[in-house]
Design a protein around this ligand. Structure first.
Ligand code: ZN
Length: 285
């Protein structure tokens, strides 16, 4: 059975901390380096429900994509929800480790997992890391479909492949338009539109697309947009990450069991589609 410090070293080899963005807060949040680890839970968000899931699973390590504390704090008192998470974890001898933007840019990274879930063939990074001589690491991925689909078909396929969320998948563009090439970025991707346009793809799949970047992208070119829930675009990474740790565990002869949380931690819980009949009294028509 490996010590936490050994498992953390393995995780750091997959997602080196120095490759995280400057503003990010990755690495180990709590945990005793000498403690034994036999069960590891992977999840997107370090929220109360996930901490409780780690407890009921009997895990000694929780690995999340999102940081618990992104900025400094002066308290982990349990009267804050983040402090409560820390208390729950420490009381049950569970460590928390975060791999965020270092997992985004990794090879394979968060967007590879998203591309895989969508059945796409990855051609390369959307924004390559300048310090990667092989040109495989970086933000987002440029991908190809094995056979062309209409935007409508591709959106339905994406909605069926990703975790169920209230939002589902929103699209912008001609539903009958042909999609052969796609850029993907797990998480909030509306800062990458210049790279998406330069990649000359038919569609862009990401999350958190705001009005102005989306509107401007649509005015600029016929690029189709697919906007999924942030959680849904990053959850596939959990399965990929667990499989990566399984492979390392086999190599080192560890008796380690990995689990992937199926809890949907997307904060949105319901979606009311606009009605198009006479009960709709909204002004624009
Ligand atoms: Zn995210």
């Amino acid at each position: 059975m490996p010590a936490l410090s050994e498992v953390i070293t393995a995780l750091d080899s997959l997602w080196p901390r120095e490759r995280a963005e400057q503003w990010d807060a990755v690495g180990t949040v709590c945990g005793d380096p000498d403690a034994d680890v036999s069960r590891v839970l992977f999840a997107v968000d370090p929220v109360r429900q996930i901490a409780e899931e780690a407890v009921s699973l009997g895990a000694q390590l929780l690995v999340t994509h999102h940081p618990l504390y992104l900025r400094g704090t002066t308290t982990v008192a349990a009267d804050t929800f983040k402090g409560r998470v820390v208390h729950t974890l420490i009381k049950h001898d569970i460590a928390l480790h975060v791999a965020h933007t270092n997992a985004d840019r990794a090879d394979p990274g968060v967007s590879d997992a998203l591309a895989g879930a969508l059945g796409l063939r990855v051609l390369g990074p959307l924004v390559p890391d300048p310090d990667d001589p092989e040109g495989r690491r970086g933000l987002g991925r440029v991908c190809a479909l094995d056979r062309p689909l209409t935007l409508g078909e591709f959106a339905r396929q994406a909605a069926a492949a990703l975790p169920i969320t209230a939002q589902g998948v929103r699209t912008a563009g001609d539903p009958a338009g042909t999609i052969r090439t796609v850029a993907v970025c797990g998480g909030s991707g509306d800062g990458l539109f210049d790279a998406v346009r330069a990649a000359d793809v038919d569609a862009y799949v990401t999350a958190d697309l705001r009005h102005h970047p989306a509107s401007e992208a649509r005015e600029h070119s016929p690029l189709a947009l697919l906007d999924a829930a942030h959680f849904a675009t990053e959850w596939p990474w959990c399965e990929q990450a667990a499989a990566q740790l399984d492979a390392l565990s086999d190599r080192y002869g560890w008796d380690l069991r990995t689990h992937v949380s199926r809890t949907v931690t997307d904060p949105w819980t319901a979606h009311a589609a606009s009605s198009t009949d006479s009960t709709n009294t909204g002004a624009p028509n």
